[in-house]
Design a protein around this ligand. Structure first.
Ligand code: NAP
Length: 322
């Protein structure tokens, strides 16, 4: 690859990908895009990006290929599928996955690319839709500074901070730490809101008071007001936080560490996804504290959920008490 990046390919122009790709375009790089649903790439095409019919087509002349898709299975598809970027990208190119995905998969893709004289690393992000729109995302890089240096100009076009975790997959692990902490922040403000609501104190004043103090969080500042307003449109999808906590709990199990906060968060987001909230924003956690009628008005359907299994521990109670 030439020492300066010129051609950039971007796969996955959803909530996060579209604004990120927009910043890459604004920075003057030549951009080729592919997305499963073409309509979501149209605004970028109108601004001068080139459409490709497959991921491979997008990658074949690229110096750098970014992916920002949904799930690890989507990452696998786009890298290794029949029209995959791993095979199609030129030797010396950089394949950078911005998706929140599996650390193990990131290591596998890195190793497979290395053999083909290509550079693949994980680079999940944090900062939410706002961070993507403002170009101020925090990048969580699964490579060292030297490895990423050639692509720094393009990374800087959409980020505010860059953290290097030095090894393939380590960016994903650090991102999962972020999601584990985020889950408890979400449960924290949703609990607080439910308590305030039930007690009759002023909810908004309570949230404003919390925001600047030890009990506050960026999650509370940005998302609790949306829940109070009844705005459950997605900035960050419920089904994606559920995925992230599932990935974190799988890692935790492998590493033999218990994460009670993440387990609680997973249970709540899993339930929310099952009762019709999968494509809502994560602030919809507040709906789990509402009565059935209010939840139904917001679009949830508790009758979808299979009836709870009888608790097996109940039967043993007798014996324990002897
Ligand atoms: P999104 O709006 O669903 O975007 C994902 C995009 O990837 C969609 O446009 C989707 O196509 C496309 N896609 C999925 N699988 C594909 C495939 N196999 N081939 C081609 N395109 C494919 O979700 P998002 O909010 O941008 O999130 C993307 C990733 O970033 C997720 O892993 C999420 O966990 C993570 N993330 C999100 C946020 C946030 O605040 N939103 C923050 C940090 C990280 P369609 O248009 O057909 O659906």
């Amino acid at each position: 690859m030439a020492h300066t990046v010129k051609n950039v390919a971007f796969i996955g122009t959803g909530i996060m990908g579209a604004p990120i790709a927009g910043h890459i375009l604004d920075a003057g790089f030549k951009l080729t895009v592919y997305n499963r649903t073409r309509a979501k790439a149209e605004p970028l095409l109108a601004r001068g990006a080139t459409w490709a019919d497959t991921p491979a087509e997008a990658a074949k002349t690229a110096d750098v290929v970014f992916t920002m898709v949904g799930y690890p299975t989507d990452v696998e598809d786009v890298y290794l599928g029949s029209n995959g970027i791993l095979e199609a990208a030129p030797k010396g190119s950089y394949l950078i996955d911005l998706t929140t995905s599996s650390p193990q998969l990131a290591r596998e893709l890195h190793d497979a690319a290395e053999v083909m004289d290509k550079h693949a690393f994980d680079c999940p992000v944090t900062g939410g839709e706002e961070g993507a729109v403002n170009g101020t995302l925090t990048l969580i890089v699964g490579a060292d500074e030297r490895t990423a240096a050639p692509v720094l100009p393009v990374l800087e076009s959409f980020s505010g901070k860059i953290f290097y975790f030095d090894r393939a997959g380590a960016g994903q692990l650090a991102k999962l730490c972020n999601q584990v902490s985020l889950a408890s922040c979400m449960v924290g403000w949703a609990d607080a809101l439910a308590l305030a609501r039930q007690s009759g104190i002023d909810e908004e004043r309570m949230l404003e008071m919390l925001a600047g103090g030890m009990g506050g969080s960026v999650a509370l500042q940005r998302l609790a007001p949306r829940a109070v307003e009844g705005d459950y449109r997605p900035g960050f999808l419920v089904e994606h936080l559920r995925k992230d906590l599932g990935l974190a709990l799988a890692e935790a199990e492998e590493l033999e560490v218990t994460l009670p906060g993440a387990e609680t968060g997973f249970m709540l987001y899993d339930t929310l996804a099952q009762v019709g909230g999968a494509r809502m924003g994560t602030q919809a956690i507040a709906l789990l504290y509402e009565d059935e009628e209010a939840a139904a008005a917001a679009g949830l359907d508790w009758s979808i959920l299979p009836p709870a299994e009888p608790d097996p521990h109940e039967h043993h109670h007798h014996h324990h008490h002897h």
